[in-house]
Write a protein that binds this ligand. Sequence first.
Ligand SMILES: [Zn+2]
Length: 105
Amino acid sequence: MPMPPYPVLCYEPNCGRPAVYKIAAEWSDGYTRELKPYGLTCADCLWKWYQRAVRSHQLLRLAPGEYVGELAIFRFERGKRDVELVRDRDLERQLAARSAQEALS
Ligand SMILES: [Zn+2]
């Protein structure tokens, strides 16, 4: 499949920078398995979208038989399929630590 000639942009309105992170969680209905996307962002907008994703993820109501994994951050690369994306666990830890710190203040 040929790649589109334009970059995939950050989801933040008026940001305009290329997306470098994908916020997503593993999802399955028992038959298919895919990533449930919460956003594609540049490095600057990641924190804002991560916080939003955490909230949506917590509020998620699953149908019987549905499964959703923990929220994850992947290094987004245009033209790669979800299964090929590399998960950035260090970054996830940093974001989780920042969330915990802000919850205390
Ligand atoms: Zn952005």
